[in-house]
Design a protein around this ligand. Structure first.
Ligand SMILES: NC(=O)c1ccc[n+]([C@@H]2O[C@H](COP(=O)([O-])OP(=O)(O)OC[C@H]3O[C@@H](n4cnc5c(N)ncnc54)[C@H](O)[C@@H]3O)[C@@H](O)[C@H]2O)c1
Length: 231
């Protein structure tokens, strides 16, 4: 069981919660394409999982599917929107106006999930005062004012590993409740602070492993065909 499940701040098993995010993305796409109903088999095929898994995950939701017709996409989407709070606007801040911080600040997709980047900060005097998209890079001394003014609860940490803990401490001391940590540093924060670690290399490691496994299985199959064929 994950720490979030144990703390009771996650209503579902963590793996289900992760898949619900994928369903949300897929259903948004289908809705935008004008589709009204979807079968668990269709979702399963598109996400490469089993229909049983989809039905099990959806059993945690209020929305129920109908035999042969499937689920009403809009109903599912509304329930997931409420679950993820996409309709509730939340201001976040970004610390570190480097490559990643700037890319996040410029990302237009956050508004679709009710997130607004209120400000971006850096400690490099050469970056402070420059523009990242529509935002001016602010010095850390403005942190307290911005957090109060925009009621910021979430901060993205986009600084090098060596500065991440210091930045986390600073954010927590200013009352930030949730850290979206892009550095590889495992942060030491009070138990009540929520941390989401994002490590894009982990996804790639998974892909590398699966690719190697696929190639191994294929090679084994080829070998067994060779061995069983008449000489
Ligand atoms: N660039 C990517 O694609 C990428 C992808 C995944 C993870 N990351 C991780 O994200 C973090 C940032 O990566 P990047 O490529 O944007 O680095 P970067 O060097 O381009 O930017 C880091 C920024 O943080 C600022 N900074 C350093 N210490 C600070 C402090 N104490 N307070 C405020 N600002 C501070 C620097 O001045 C700089 O502007 C790193 O931990 C990196 O490992 C980056």
């Amino acid at each position: 069981m994950s720490l979030e499940e144990r703390k009771g701040i996650l209503r579902f098993p963590k793996a289900t919660f992760e898949r619900l995010k994928l369903y949300h993305a897929l259903l948004s796409q289908l809705h935008a394409e004008g589709k009204s109903y979807v079968l668990s088999e269709e979702i399963a095929e598109m996400l490469r999982i089993t229909p049983e898994q989809v039905r099990k995950d959806f059993s945690f939701l209020e929305t129920k599917g109908k035999p042969k017709v499937g689920y009403v996409i809009k109903e599912l989407l509304d329930e997931l929107d409420e679950l993820f709070g996409t309709g509730v606007d939340e201001n976040i801040i970004i610390i570190g106006a480097g490559h990643l911080g700037s890319a996040l600040a410029n990302y237009k997709g956050f508004k679709n999930i009710g997130i607004r980047v209120a400000a971006i900060f850096d400690n490099d005097p050469k970056k402070i005062g420059t523009m990242v998209g529509e935002l001016m890079v602010l010095p850390l001394k403005d942190l307290s004012r911005v957090i109060r003014r925009f009621k910021v609860k979430i901060a993205a940490i986009c600084v090098p590993e060596s500065s991440a803990q210091q930045v986390a401490d600073l954010l927590v001391s200013h009352g930030v409740k949730a850290l979206w940590n892009f550095s590889t540093r495992i942060l030491d924060v009070p138990a009540e602070v929520i941390v989401q670690n994002e490590d894009i290399t982990r996804g790639l490691l998974g892909l590398k492993h699966m690719l190697a496994e696929k190639e191994r299985i294929k090679a084994e199959e080829l070998n067994s065909v060779k061995e069983s064929s008449p000489k």
